[in-house]
Design a protein around this ligand. Structure first.
Ligand SMILES: *Cc1c(COP(=O)(O)O)cnc(C)c1O
Length: 356
């Protein structure tokens, strides 16, 4: 730590992304990314004249992309804010709407960045425990009197709340901001975006890193009432108007316009999710019912940390969270059939050797 680091940042606990070791080739199932290719339209735009404008700044309003998103979700571009990944969008939301007088609540087991943002920006954040069965305690969130941020479906548990439960939180108090992070909504779930027409205190956040196969381009967006979006744009223009590169705007727009392709990809993930869940259950694992592109598993005998290390030795990366309540679970991203067969084969081998 240098002597120049601000006092208020000395106790930061930065988010830890999934590892990217380079010592060998791995099957990478630790960050809910995908080895599946983006839509052919994404490659077309990269080869097209569209990309010859890199000597100029991108459109800071990213209108081309926001229009494509607006069209897909039947909203208007002024109800869409886009940024460099949903992490940046979430960061802008925290910066714009919360300060040291704000109180916000998130589940104890959820996407780790919510707590990091609260800490980074000096906001009073509280973790509300998931119920015993890992479902969200909606009544406790409502009773907290706090702003709310939730991933739905949740990560790393994979459970989903019905939209009616989201609406109950949003409708409970018009002075409470409810932020719903729908990073995994496309894997067979209903979005709560239509509620943004009815409520001015709801922000729905999406990412193109998961179901649009574009983690490397890092594009995120949110949909909300246009006054909220105006505030977010003001924040962005006070910080970095060009946070989305022209490259990201172009490929994000192309991807947004090919939903048919991505629906096929999501259908394939759902199929592979069922396959891997079933195979691991046959091998004695408890597999939580997932509504996402990952599963969360637990073995009665082999500890999750040991399982993770042995899978890594076999060339497969997964995600382990050394956190109370879930420190004997492992999160495995769903990939192609070939990748899933590799997990099953390695697991069989690991269990056999452990039993010998
Ligand atoms: C992956 C993920 C994000 C981050 O997405 P980016 O757009 O890549 O920043 C945010 N929230 C949840 C719940 C996620 O799983």
């Amino acid at each position: 730590m240098s002597k120049f680091l601000c006092e208020k940042y000395k106790n930061l606990e930065p988010y830890v992304p999934g590892e990217q070791p380079k010592d060998r080739e791995y099957i990478k199932l630790n960050a809910n990314e995908t080895s599946m290719l983006p839509s052919p339209r994404v490659y077309e735009v990269l080869r097209s004249g569209r990309m010859k404008r890199l000597g100029f700044y991108a459109d800071p309003d990213a209108l081309e992309l926001r229009n494509a998103i607006a069209e897909k979700y039947e909203v208007t571009a002024d109800e869409v804010f886009a940024g460099n990944g949903s992490d940046e969008v979430l960061g802008m939301i925290f910066l714009a709407f919360f300060d040291e007088h704000s109180k916000i609540a998130y589940p104890d087991i959820s996407y780790g960045f919510y707590k990091v943002f609260a800490k980074s920006f000096g906001i009073d954040g509280t973790a509300i425990p998931l119920k015993e069965d890992f479902t969200v305690d909606v009544d406790a969130f409502i009773a907290s009197g706090r702003h709310i941020i939730l991933a739905n479906p949740n990560a790393p548990t994979g459970y989903v709340l019905p939209v009616s439960e989201i609406e109950r939180m949003v409708a409970s108090d018009e002075n409470r901001l409810v932020i719903i992070d729908e990073a995994y909504v496309d894997y067979g779930n209903e979005t709560c975006i239509p509620l943004t027409k009815k409520y001015k205190n709801l922000i729905v956040v999406h990412t193109m890193s998961k179901s649009r196969n574009l983690a490397g381009a890092h594009i995120g967006y949110c949909i909300a009432d246009k006054e909220l979006i105006k505030d977010l744009n003001g924040m962005k223009y006070s910080f970095n108007p060009f946070s989305l590169s022209d490259f990201s705007i172009a490929v994000g727009t192309a991807a947004m316009k090919d939903s048919a392709y991505y629906e096929e990809c999501a259908a394939m993930i759902i199929e592979e999710r069922a396959y891997l869940s079933e195979e691991l259950r046959k091998l004695g694992f408890e597999v939580l019912e997932s509504h996402t592109n990952f599963i969360f598993v637990h073995h009665p005998v082999m500890h999750a940390k040991e399982y993770q290390e042995k899978l890594k030795n076999a060339g497969i990366l997964t995600r382990y969270f050394p956190q109370e309540r879930i420190d004997n679970y492992l999160r495995i991203t769903i990939g192609t059939r070939e990748e899933m067969e590799a997990v099953v084969a390695a697991t069989r081998d690991i269990l056999q050797k452990a039993a010998a």
